[in-house]
Design a protein around this ligand. Structure first.
Ligand SMILES: [Fe+2]
Length: 280
């Protein structure tokens, strides 16, 4: 069934290079190239234009960035290590580029994503709701951008969850780190989802253009017998993160915005997504 993957041992990136210390899914090479060429053709990156690109707005990290990392942190959130049973949900190939406002790709940047499983639970210790967890969903993944600033994930289409007395529209949390510094924390939402307009976090973004920049189409993957989806989210940084002269990596993942206790820091950023999904 899962022909895309034959295991998790060979670490392959889109440009065929292996990167140090980065656990990546062992994509079936032929399928992977077919898919990546599709995704790049289907979603034209609005780079290389004279005008500045719309910068991706910073959004709250929320309280559910993993307080304990999963055993597997690669870019395939559907399968944990060598498990046979995949997670439940609408399979989605999430791709994109990390770019400067002038369209230059940012390589060697860590893109992290985290989201609820199909039962609307996070892997965070306080992020489980009454329906429990899908133990097969990784809940978190990371990827080091390649020479073209590209990243790739396989995950599920996000579902809504309750937060305190409210709810959150479906979203995927996204963080970008460079040289050990978190340089952007944001979220992507499903374009056209009926709950978006009522979502408090989304409504904090006033500018229509900025709102549009975080809305992502989840399109059927052509010829997919499993009904898989493809989604593309280009991340445009407000400031150019400096590349080292040698192009080497100075550090890994930047620190979460939350304190170790899981509380928002004193500057008030983060943590504004309400209580855990189970607290109704
Ligand atoms: Fe969230």
């Amino acid at each position: 069934m899962l022909k895309w993957f034959t295991g998790k041992r060979n670490f392959l990136q889109s440009d065929g290079e292996s990167k140090m210390n980065v656990p990546l899914a062992n994509w079936d090479r032929r399928s992977f190239l077919k898919w990546s060429s599709f995704s790049m053709a289907a979603f034209t990156t609005p780079g290389l234009m004279a005008e500045e690109l719309t910068r991706t707005p910073a959004m709250t990290e929320g309280p559910f960035y993993p307080d304990k990392m999963p055993l597997d942190t690669d870019n395939d959130l559907l399968v944990i290590n060598d498990a046979i049973t995949p997670a439940v949900g609408e399979i989605t190939y999430l791709t994109g580029k990390v770019l400067s406002a002038s369209g230059e790709p940012l390589r060697n940047a860590f893109v992290e994503i985290w989201q609820v499983d199909n039962k609307a639970s996070y892997i965070h210790t306080r992020g489980e709701n009454k329906e429990g967890r899908d133990g097969n969903f990784q809940g978190y993944g990371r990827f080091l951008t390649d020479s073209k600033g590209q990243y790739y994930f396989r995950t599920i289409k996000p579902v809504p969850y309750r937060a305190g007395r409210g709810f959150r529209t479906p979203h995927i949390h996204v963080a970008v780190s460079k040289n050990g510094q978190r340089i952007l924390t944001t979220q992507l939402l499903i374009n056209g989802h009926e709950l978006n307009a009522e979502d408090g976090v989304y409504r904090q973004i006033r500018d229509p253009q900025l709102r549009q920049s975080i809305l992502v189409d989840f399109k059927p993957l052509p010829d997919s017998k499993l009904g898989e989806l493809a989604a593309n989210f280009d991340i445009i940084l407000g400031k150019t993160a400096e590349e080292n002269a040698e192009g080497t990596i100075k550090g890994g993942i930047g620190k979460s915005e939350l304190t170790r206790e899981g509380r928002p820091p004193r500057n008030g950023r983060g943590g504004s997504q309400g209580r855990p999904p189970g607290s109704r």
